[in-house]
Design a protein around this ligand. Structure first.
Ligand code: NDP
Length: 331
């Protein structure tokens, strides 16, 4: 197996020398084990936090050990009942070409016709459920709401905006980091308005895009985006606090939002969440989102990087906005 290890803890932005490519011999599967050849790996923003040596909701990655993360692969040898050669499985032994593991740690996939196996790392997987649960349950979305989502061209954000549209939002507004992404949001994904947060202050652009205020803010970015949303919220507005990617590489804590006290007078609800607490919604999520994919009403983009050796580059590219939709690595 060719595998990527964490060679050093990144200081600020990760760089190539923080990662190392190693080769390892794997044996044949014993009883209850399978050997999986990975087809697609995911890189996700939460992995940046796990590269630091601090306590979080997931423990830090160990130095000089192979990284982990979601992957879809094909069983190439099996010592387990229930999984056979040729089965496609979803598991968490990513960042490597092959994985020898307990069959219990792999979930067999029945690939929906017309979707790539990589969809189970994105729209039909963890990021898709994050969008669905965050919008519908955490932010308690209701038809007619004006919804603002940051990181709107990414895996989670693009699903949030489209689910809001499909569920009858009054208006859907997104922010992203390039003019191409902004054009994609309004042109292809059906957002009512979008802006490039690098063009002008977020507050100024959000006010223009949401002349009647916002009712829901789905926060992927934190910082200036959260501060702007607080200012533009209507009374009883609700924010799902999903991520704060503007701060993941920061060495210093952020200075804002400076206007948090607005939450009192406007009677806002600001609720943080972690997707793993919402597995009770998984079946409903798969059913509803699969239907929208099949009918062509929900669009899901992927940015595909080739080769295990380019996995660190894919991860660094993700943090720099090189992806539209889900960033995945194909092996
Ligand atoms: P994305 O596909 O959205 O990729 C990350 C994007 O973040 C980039 O494409 C880039 O787009 C944007 N970005 C990077 N730096 C900045 C910045 N300084 N300001 C604004 N945008 C920036 O990733 P995901 O969809 O996987 O994740 C989106 C968010 O959701 C993250 O915050 C992640 O941590 C969070 N998350 C939380 C979960 C939970 O359980 N709470 C589960 C899954 C994800 P651009 O070009 O627009 O800048």
């Amino acid at each position: 197996s060719r595998e990527i290890q964490l060679a050093a803890r990144p200081q600020g932005e990760p760089k190539n020398s923080d990662f190392a490519l190693v080769e390892r011999e794997l044996g044949q599967p014993g009883a209850g084990e399978v050997l999986v050849r990975n087809l697609y790996l995911t890189v996700d923003p939460y992995m940046r936090g796990r590269m630091n040596d601090v306590k979080s909701y997931t423990p830090p990655f160990a130095l000089n050990e192979t990284m982990t993360g979601g992957a879809v692969g094909e069983v190439v040898a099996s010592g387990a009942d229930g999984l056979s050669v040729g089965d496609l499985v979803l598991h968490d032994r990513g960042w490597r070409t092959h994985a020898l593991m307990p069959a219990q740690a792999a979930r067999k996939l029945d690939i929906q016709p017309g979707v790539s196996p990589s969809a189970y790392l994105g729209i039909l997987g963890m990021p898709g459920l994050t969008a669905y649960a965050g919008l519908l349950e955490v932010a308690a979305f209701k038809p007619g709401d004006v919804v603002f989502v940051s990181g709107a061209a990414g895996a989670v954000g693009s699903a949030v905006g489209q689910i809001a549209r499909l569920k009858g939002a009054g208006r859907v507004i997104g922010s992203a980091g390039s003019s191409e992404k902004v054009a994609h949001l309004t042109g292809v994904l059906g957002f009512d308005a979008a802006f490039n947060y690098k063009d002008a202050p977020v507050l100024q652009q959000l006010r223009k895009a949401a002349p009647d205020g916002i009712d829901v803010y789905f926060d992927n970015v934190g910082g200036d985006h959260l501060e702007a949303a607080l200012s533009v919220f209507n009374p009883f507005g609700r924010a799902a606090l999903c991520g704060a990617i503007s701060q993941y590489n920061a060495a210093q804590p952020p200075s804002g939002p400076r206007n948090l006290a607005l939450a009192v007078g406007k009677q806002l609800t600001l609720k943080g969440f972690i997707v793993s607490s919402y597995s009770h919604l998984f079946a409903a999520f798969v059913q509803e989102v699969s239907g929208w994919i099949a009918s062509g009403e929900l669009h899901h983009d992927e940015t595909v990087i080739e080769g295990i050796e380019n996995t660190p580059g894919a991860f660094m590219g993700l943090l720099n906005g090189q992806n539209t939709g889900k960033m995945v690595v194909r092996l």
